[in-house]
Design a protein around this ligand. Structure first.
Ligand code: PGA
Length: 248
């Protein structure tokens, strides 16, 4: 049985104080849950949010990690620095990084490897655009995104990684994939892993992301290959996010 994971992604939102208040509300409101809960916060607030979450089971995540270990890479934040700040998870290859900042499959694979070197669990984001879906290329795109990382890191690396399927057309648009549409791709991703290792395929958590809301979370999370969610917009509201956390 895989443990569920619900991960908030605050993206580039809020002030220090708003972040602290949100984290406090989550810590106080979560209660006892079996699933893992984490929040991916802006780099500059990691330490502040870590302090607020210190006594709670909510884990800390980053939204990106450098593809190099250290050195002359102005503006980047290394995995070692994130580990220093108490980060447990880091997103890699979020679609906004891929589309606005040019993160290629190769650079995403390097980020994945760097995170694991510092014992940070990478959350590999994959997903197709609307155009790719309409051209029936969903499986092909997701497979390429996944394969580049498997080739670079090895299949064994997925024993300590999370995959997030986020169809680009569903992110921040209010258009969620149907439970069945999401399940179909999740199942495909698990099959791709199983081709190399059934044990890892059985174990790896695959999250769904893209307009997860309190009213659609339950249906999505009930699907056999959906092990939780990566929640953007709805994670900025404590009440709604907690409701999503309790939808597992
Ligand atoms: P959304 O974002 O929930 O606002 O669609 C999800 C994400 O980008 O991780």
């Amino acid at each position: 049985m895989r443990q569920s994971l619900i991960m908030g992604n605050w993206k580039m939102n809020g002030s220090r104080e708003e972040g602290q208040q949100l984290a406090k509300a989550l810590a106080e409101g979560l209660g006892s849950v079996n699933q893992e809960v984490a929040v991916c916060v802006p780099f500059v607030y990691l330490s502040d949010i870590r302090t607020v979450l210190a006594a709670s089971p909510i884990a800390l995540g980053a939204q990106n990690v450098a593809d190099q270990a250290s050195g002359a890479y102005t503006g980047e934040v290394s995995a070692a620095m994130l580990a220093d700040c108490g980060v447990k998870y880091s997103l890699v290859g979020h679609s906004e990084r891929r589309s606005y900042y040019g993160d290629s499959n190769e650079s995403v694979a390097k980020r994945f490897v760097q995170a694991q070197k510092q014992n940070i669990i990478p959350v590999l984001c994959v997903g197709e655009t609307l155009e790719e879906r309409e051209q029936n290329r969903t499986f092909q795109v997701v497979e390429e995104q996944l394969d580049t990382v498997i080739d670079a890191a090895g299949i064994e690396a997925f024993a300590n990684a999370v995959i997030a399927y986020e169809p680009v057309w569903a992110i921040g648009t209010g258009k969620t994939a149907s439970d069945e549409q999401a399940q179909e791709v999740h199942k495909y991703i698990r099959q791709q892993i199983a081709k190399r290792s059934q044990a890892i395929a059985d174990k790896v958590q695959i999250l769904y992301g893209g307009s997860v809301k309190p009213d659609n979370a339950k249906g999505l999370f009930a699907m056999p290959d959906i092990d939780g969610g990566l929640v953007g917009g709805a994670s900025l509201d404590a009440k709604g996010f907690l409701q999503i956390c309790h939808s597992v």
